[in-house]
Design a protein around this ligand. Structure first.
Ligand code: DC
Length: 222
């Protein structure tokens, strides 16, 4: 049996990873695995149980205890112990809480193992921060999406505004920069790329152009 096709899509927040990864997965007929959603679901579980998002021992225990599942569909759903938490995980509070729990090495060990199991089972487009550096470093298909912080903050702003939420652009920009800073400077698996990645600056590209660049890049080599 041929090895499952693994595509790594890493990059900072608000760069379009989720929409892009979902469309690439659909084009190639393989699963989409949103690894950020796993850290977010764990952050929801921690918040509910009153666990501090820096409490390494309690978070490790929690990570072993919870079940996180993805249900494919339009839109895809994220389940925490069988409960649909798809909307709950997307709040600005859970963004920062997810960033906090993701800095805990013991949490990463549990979730990375889960991500590797999922990928090995049926291949996939995995999006995150460390897919090409830690989760599947051996895949030849690694893409790093970037965009100027102002563009990323504007996209988040528009996304939230479209959901009817009251949002302040400056606050979003500050939160975006703070979270990227934390994700890029943690000790374990910081957001990084090297020359094994194809870097795509999405600042002035629309989503279909980014999807095409990735799909064509993969098809040219398979
Ligand atoms: O991609 P996202 O914004 O949904 O991710 C939420 C947080 O989870 C992000 O701030 C950092 C963390 N994360 C991570 O450390 N490693 C991943 N592979 C994916 C996300």
């Amino acid at each position: 049996m041929p090895a499952p096709l693994i595509i790594a899509i890493d990059g900072p927040s608000g760069v379009g990873k989720t929409t892009t990864s979902r469309m690439v997965a659909r084009e190639l007929g393989i699963p989409h695995i949103d690894t950020g959603a796993m850290y977010r679901a764990l952050a929801v579980a921690a918040t509910r149980e009153g666990i501090d998002t820096h409490d390494s021992a309690a978070l490790e225990q929690l990570a072993h205890r919870v079940r996180i599942d993805f249900i494919a569909g339009e839109p895809p759903r994220v389940l925490l112990n069988d409960e649909d938490v798809t909307s709950l995980i997307r709040t600005p509070e859970m963004s920062m809480a997810a960033s906090n729990v993701s800095a805990v090495p013991a949490v990463r060990r549990v979730l990375v193992r889960l991500q590797q199991d999922l990928g090995r089972r049926g291949g996939g487009v995995l999006e995150g921060r460390d897919i090409g550096t830690k989760v599947f470093p051996e895949t030849p298909f690694k893409f790093f999406l970037t965009a100027r912080p102002e563009v990323r903050a504007q996209r988040r702003h528009d996304e939230l505004a479209a959901k009817g939420e009251e949002v302040d652009y400056d606050a979003i920009l500050a939160a975006t920069v703070a979270r990227d800073d934390q994700d890029s400077n943690r000790a374990d698996s910081p957001l990084r790329y090297d020359d094994s990645y194809t870097v795509v600056d999405t600042s002035d590209l629309d989503i279909p152009a980014v999807v095409n660049a990735i799909v064509n890049g993969v098809r040219a080599r398979t």
